[in-house]
Design a protein around this ligand. Structure first.
Ligand code: TYD
Length: 153
């Protein structure tokens, strides 16, 4: 099964939306296999958002990501990267469709509730950035037969 990284941003914690956002992934049927709370710093953000380093909003983005702790989650499921990305909605929350996480809880391109990995390749790199092998929990998935067809794994 595929794994993807979700970061619940500082605003999500401050606004008391952590439970609601996690609940959406749970209800969709995704499996939570690792989770931790962490205060991010500039060094890790320089790496995580390296593709945005030259953008004018980069300093604000980093300030926002360091304004309070984040919640790091690894969700597992069949094609989890694209499923989670679609659940998040457009980066600019004002363009995000109602029913998506950003479309339901945010109004900003920066303060947009979640980070989600954008490809299978990046998901592996990002998960390694924030989690160690011992952070992952192995446990049975007794409902998989009600969530997936036999060839969906
Ligand atoms: P990006 O990786 O393009 O989007 P996503 O989070 O949807 O994968 O951008 C990373 C973060 O940078 C984004 O979540 C919020 C911030 N950002 C802005 O503040 N303004 C912008 O115009 C863009 C494109 C991103």
């Amino acid at each position: 099964m595929e794994r993807t990284l979700v970061i619940l941003k500082p605003g999500t914690l401050q606004r008391g939306l952590v439970g609601e956002v996690i609940s959406r992934f749970e209800k969709r049927g995704l499996k939570l296999v690792a989770m931790k709370m962490k205060q991010l710093d500039q060094d890790i953000l320089d790496v995580h958002y390296a593709h945005l380093k030259d953008k004018p909003f980069f300093p604000w983005l980093c300030d926002g990501m360091m304004a309070a702790p984040v919640i790091l989650c690894c969700w597992e499921g069949f094609e989890a990267v694209k499923v989670v990305r679609a659940m998040a909605g457009s980066t600019n929350a004002r363009n995000a469709a109602p029913g998506t996480i950003r479309g339901d809880y945010a109004l900003s391109a920066q303060e947009n509730i979640v980070h989600t990995s954008d490809s299978v390749e990046n998901a592996k790199v990002e998960l390694d950035r924030f989690f160690s092998p011992e952070d992952y929990c192995e446990y049975p998935s007794p409902l998989n037969q009600y969530l997936y067809a036999p060839d969906e794994k």
